[in-house]
Design a binder for this molecule. Structure first.
Ligand code: GLA
Length: 697
């Protein structure tokens, strides 16, 4: 049983972890345990019953509540804040009942005076050692109330320890920096107010006591399954209690909950491991690959994307020429990026008019698709459904469809305005336009891009509270995308938002692939990829070789992209014959390691962000085969030699490692300091790829 009700304690057990809480003597739903699974149900502690601390701190403030409301003398971060029609802003959800339904537990709380029902949902994902939480709020009365904060969960850590927060931060072209910082007393807030999860922070966290590393140590980690505004509040109270609240951002947020209506929060997923950051990542990788992605077992093609080669200068001739060369390289999919649709001659026109431009394709897009398919490749196409240029037929017909205030001039972002996907008419238009394209043309891959953040977030003709835009927009986005996916389930989607502007679990439910950064310069990319790998698996990580940082050796650029789903995005008409030949060989080699990168276990052998020497290793699930990719970015000439130890091998089995002498046990390879020729004379920006093979004894 993954869920037990034992001595008034709710105990949620995964294969290796457990999470417990229950009603304390004051009637509050209080957290009592999150960590390793214990042998007996009696092992789990009863919920705490703290006393007051002088006249200034009531017991309620000192209780680690599962879902605190804004009430009493608490002053800690609440999960819930509601204003009633009579102006009362105090909410006291108290236990009413519970229901266990297989792997899901539902707890009902109810306010004693106002007709608000709060249901807390817990889903135990036993095989992945994860717990998923969300809440639904129901107005059982006749009068509307206004929700001003509704988080998905508050996750409590064992009391007493000092914790370190690991999170990701960055900006456009420079995403995914890993930051590790001791949590100070008070509240540390990470958030997005951009209507996307953003390039700047990601709705993901990991906490440890400061001693965990890639290999070992207790790590609590989690995320929010949501692609819009979000907020994470990591709080350390003055009573040594640490908790992470996570949910949709309450900044500029309000939701009118009418009679009989239900508001459902997004889901938050969290886990615990003693295996350090490496194990935490691998848990998420397995879960995403096996339970989240729309096409879990598809082997992704090596693809060519023509964006950086032709920009807006897209027509049959320019694309056919690139397609011929891409096929020679061994690409399996050819994607036209921006620039193919009606009136798209620069970034300031055409967005919104999703039909091929008749001047660019006088014989129709069919001719190019047929040509690409004759060359043995699949065809892919780019869209940016959420945006509209003022210079477009769509905007001329429907200026009222954009997000704006009537009294303000809406700001342009990359020359575009933001369509309001909260509107049903906008949703219907997009579903129709995309459905038409995917029905008419043989498109196997599609890229959904999104290239600006919101401003003037007004909703003209809003049927209710206009600040519901923050949620209803994202629900609209999911609705449009889901409708298209249902109509065209064979299409594999890629998600992009100027690179890494919308990287979250919500996107991975829609798209199998993510373009994680517009920066494809290989040395920078290694750090961006390492940050991404903390959360999500390599099978979702598109990685192109482009002409950015062209002074970096060709092999290095390829090897960096071979850590993910390899593509080429360069102007290959300018590549020399020698480069074409080398690229062909490297792509052929990549195809042989692709199953390991896509479906294997990832080990980060050396961090990418602290040293000039970094390496990753992928091992097949049966541990029989692996591949190591190591990179020297910048190491001084006189530094001692650079060594690595392998991971993820069976200690007693025998392995050969390409380029190293001898057959040795897994234990030996994991304990010996191995040199891979990246030191000394070879210089900086050298890289190596080594296969690891088990030898049957
Ligand atoms: C964004 C994407 C790029 C490319 C351009 C096209 O910047 O991140 O990869 O698709 O849009 O306009």
């Amino acid at each position: 049983m993954p869920i037990s009700l034992h001595n008034s304690l709710f105990i949620l057990e995964t294969d290796r972890t457990a999470y417990a809480f229950g009603l304390n003597q004051a009637g509050l739903l209080a957290h009592s345990y999150w960590g390793e699974r214990l042998p007996f149900l009696d092992d789990y502690p009863v919920p705490p019953n703290p006393g007051a601390w002088g006249p200034f701190n009531n017991p309620s403030q000192l209780t680690p509540e599962e879902y605190p409301g804004y009430e009493d003398m608490k002053y800690v971060e609440p999960c819930l804040k509601v204003t009633q029609a009579d102006g009362v802003r105090d909410i006291s959800p108290r236990f009413e009942g519970c229901e266990i339904d297989g792997d899901t537990l539902r707890i009902t709380l109810r306010d004693g005076v106002y007709p608000l029902r709060v249901t807390l949902h817990y889903r135990v994902i036993a095989a992945y050692d994860l717990i998923e939480r969300w809440a639904t709020l129901t107005n059982d009365g006749a009068v509307p109330m206004t929700i001003e904060r509704a988080f998905s969960a508050q996750w409590h850590l064992p009391t007493g320890d000092h914790y370190r927060l690991t999170h990701l931060h960055g900006r456009w072209f420079d995403e995914m920096h890993i930051e590790r910082t001791a949590l100070a007393h008070g509240v540390t807030v990470l958030e997005s107010r951009r209507l996307t999860s953003s390039h700047h922070h990601h709705p993901w966290f990991a906490l440890d006591d400061g001693r965990a590393d890639e290999e070992q140590g207790a790590v609590w980690f989690g995320l929010l399954d949501w692609s819009g505004n979000w907020k994470l509040a990591a709080e350390v109270t003055d009573f040594a209690s640490t908790r992470v609240s996570i949910g949709v951002n309450d900044w500029d947020f309000a939701w009118r909950l009418g009679a009989g209506e239900v508001f459902t929060t997004p889901r938050s997923l969290a886990g615990f491991t003693r295996g350090g950051f490496g194990a935490a990542s691998r848990t998420m990788h397995d879960y995403v690959r096996e339970q989240v992605l729309p096409h879990p077992r598809v082997v992704h093609p090596v693809y060519y994307n023509s964006w950086e080669a032709t920009l807006f200068d897209v027509n049959f001739e320019s694309q056919a020429r690139l397609a011929r060369l891409a096929a020679q390289l061994g690409a399996e999919m050819f994607m036209i990026d921006d620039g193919w649709y009606k009136g798209r001659f620069s970034q300031s026109s055409g967005l919104g008019d999703w039909m091929p431009d008749p001047h660019k394709f006088p014989d129709g897009l069919e001719r190019l698709i047929a040509y690409v398919r004759e060359l043995g490749m699949e065809f892919g196409l780019w869209f940016e459904p959420e945006m509209v240029n003022p210079d477009s037929d769509l905007y001329r017909a429907h200026p009222e469809w954009v997000i704006r205030y009537p009294t303000r001039e809406p700001r342009l972002g990359r020359d575009a305005l933001h369509l309001n996907l909260a509107r049903a008419d906008v949703q219907a238009y997009l579903i129709d336009a995309l459905d038409h394209m995917l029905s008419r043309y043989d498109i196997r891959y599609a890229n959904w891009d999104m290239n600006r953040n919101v401003s003037e977030p007004g909703w003209q003709d809003a049927p209710g509270e206009p600040r519901e835009l923050w949620i209803r927009y994202v629900d609209g986005l999911y609705h449009v995308w889901d409708s298209i996916r249902r109509k065209h389930p064979q299409v594999i989607w890629q998600s992009c938002s100027g690179g890494g502007g919308r990287i979250d679990l919500g996107m991975l439910r829609m798209s199998d692939l993510i373009w994680i950064s517009d920066n494809s310069g290989a040395p920078d990319r290694l750090g961006i990829q390492a940050g991404y790998s903390l959360m999500f698996p390599a099978t979702t990580m598109q990685a192109w070789v482009t002409d950015q940082q062209r002074d970096v050796p060709f092999r290095f650029r390829f090897h960096a992209a071979m850590c993910g789903m390899l593509g080429v995005g360069a102007d290959i008409t300018r590549w020399s014959a020698a480069e074409m030949e080398e690229a062909r060989d490297l792509i052929a080699e990549y195809k042989t390691i692709r199953p390991l990168v896509q479906f294997g276990d990832l080990y980060r052998l050396r961090p990418a962000d602290q040293q000039g020497f970094t390496a990753v290793q992928y091992m097949s699930k049966d541990q029989r085969e692996g591949v190591l990719l190591a990179f020297r970015t910048f190491v001084g000439q006189h530094e001692p030699s650079l060594t690595l130890r392998l991971r993820g091998l069976i200690p007693g089995a025998l392995y050969r490692v390409e380029g190293c002498d001898g057959v040795r046990s897994g234990a030996a390879w994991m304990n010996l300091d191995l040199q891979f020729g990246l030191y000394g004379g070879l210089g900086n920006y050298s890289s190596t790829l080594r296969r690891i093979t088990m030898i049957d004894s």
